[in-house]
Design a protein around this ligand. Structure first.
Ligand code: F0G
Length: 446
């Protein structure tokens, strides 16, 4: 392929190549996942990573203002005239010494990458900036996604800005109200399917194929290119030092896949000397990755993944009529579409996978609320996972950690209010009822 960027099937036995002018969400030859690859020698790029930071000084340029397009040479698949931005990626890497101390870590070691500060309140906007640019490049007029909530909010927002028609599919009763309210408010056609996310994911692929709609789930390889920027911003927040660990929640496994690719490419280009390790954290009620990697020893194996292990496990889930359940509704997924790319990321980063129960997730969420900027339940799986990894000494208290807090705390206030009001958790902080009487009020305040 002579262009700067092209699409390539990740299955080494197929390895089919396609131009970025085409739009598929799976390899049309073998049905496996597609990747975006670059001819780096054709891409003019800042020599050092620190050069990207200079763009802060030229923030009146809309691409320099975007926390994704600021790093545009790392995802150079489309012409500037197609690039979509609504100000995504103005997020924060917060060094959190109070939480570090609480967890028994050394001061200066724990960082929280707060992606809740994105325009639609989650990390998804990083991916949407890239995917909608590709949608514009191929002239798409109508798009769709399946979602546990945040994807639908982000797609609805970006579709509106791009003048595209948009339909989002959500599992009935499976979505936090903050997210549902966004999809409706931003004008998406919202279809609630009587089923879970995995059912929606299956249906949306069929709908997109039949009606020729542009698919915006993380099966879309262009979306994952945008999500690499979260890692560039973590490095930037650490003054371009590589942390020891990245910790990320695992749902459909788009983030973990994108993060592994980001570091692999930087290493390949000689822009970093080593790749951080990655910990991917499932909820125990939706722990496909943990089961397949830790118990059934599924591996990347240079792309020759043992597909039978996966299909056998999925057949077991079907036979049991298994539907995943966790209070972290964002990651309530049992058939993650990016599983294979995630295996590659685990390989590249010498990664680990753990699952944490809902009780640990809500306790961790309360700690992040108390000591940090707050987050939604799925994001708190990172701190719950960190606690497990510290206890088992996989992570040492003096290692540098960046936890990706994927969504804003106001996305799912029901879980927060329940936790505090029901006094069920270690850190519950319920409101105190009081008669409408000054003396009684003052008595309560002492
Ligand atoms: N955290 C949040 C807040 C999410 O919304 C999601 C995924 C994840 C973590 C998991 O990320 O899929 O890259 O492993 N939400 C999707 C959605 C599935 O439809 O909003 P992943």
């Amino acid at each position: 392929m002579a262009e700067k960027a092209y699409q390539k099937c990740i299955n080494p036995d197929c390895a089919a190549l396609f131009s970025c002018d085409e739009s598929f969400f799976k390899c049309p030859k073998c049905g496996d996942l597609l990747d975006i690859q670059y001819n780096w020698d054709k891409i003019k790029t800042p020599k050092k990573l620190a050069d990207f930071s200079k763009r802060w000084a030229t923030r009146d340029n809309r691409l320099d203002f975007s926390g994704v397009w600021r790093f545009r040479e790392r995802l150079d698949f489309c012409d500037d005239k197609f690039k979509v931005t609504i100000g995504e990626g103005q997020t924060l890497l917060q060094q959190n010494d109070m939480l570090a101390e609480f967890l028994g870590m050394k001061k200066g070691c724990l960082h929280l990458q707060y992606e809740g500060l994105n325009p639609s309140g989650s990390f998804k906007d990083n991916g949407m900036a890239a995917a909608f640019s590709h949608a514009k490049m191929v002239g798409a007029k109508s798009c769709a996604c399946a979602s546990t909530g945040n994807t639908s909010a982000a797609v609805a927002l970006y579709a509106h800005h791009c003048g595209m028609k948009c339909t989002v599919f959500i599992g009935s009763g499976r979505i936090a109200y903050g997210k549902l309210s966004q999809a409706m408010d931003y004008g998406a056609k919202t279809i609630q399917i009587l089923g879970d996310f995995d059912d929606c994911m299956k249906q949306v692929q069929a709908v997109c194929t039949e009606l020729k709609l542009y698919l915006l789930n993380s099966l879309n390889p262009f979306r994952l290119e945008g999500q690499k920027a979260i890692m560039y911003r973590i490095l930037e927040g650490l003054n371009w030092a590589v942390p020891d660990w990245i910790i990320v929640p695992g749902g459909n496994l788009g983030n973990s896949s994108a993060f592994g690719k980001a570091f692999y490419e930087l290493k390949e280009l000689g822009l970093i000397e080593r790749v951080p390790r990655m910990a991917i954290i499932n909820a125990t009620g939706a722990d496909t990755l943990t089961e397949l990697v830790n118990n059934r020893k599924l591996k990347w194996n240079n792309g020759k993944v043992d597909n039978k292990k996966i299909s056998d496990f999925y057949a077991e889930l079907t036979a049991k009529k298994f539907s995943p359940h966790t209070c972290a509704s964002a990651i309530e997924i049992s058939r993650p579409v990016n599983l294979k790319k995630c295996l590659r990321a685990i390989d590249v980063t010498n990664g680990v996978v753990r699952a944490v129960p809902d009780e640990a997730i809500v306790d961790a969420k309360a700690l992040i609320g108390k000591y940090g900027l707050g987050c939604e339940p799925a994001s708190a799986a990172t701190i719950a996972g960190l606690q497990v990894l510290l206890a088992e000494k996989t992570i040492k208290p003096n290692e540098t950690i960046a936890c990706v807090l994927t969504g804003h705390s106001l996305k799912d206030p029901d879980v927060t209010v329940d936790y505090h009001k029901k006094k069920s958790g270690k850190y519950s902080n319920p409101p105190v009822e009081c008669p409408n009487d000054l003396r009684e009020i003052i008595k309560l305040m002492s």
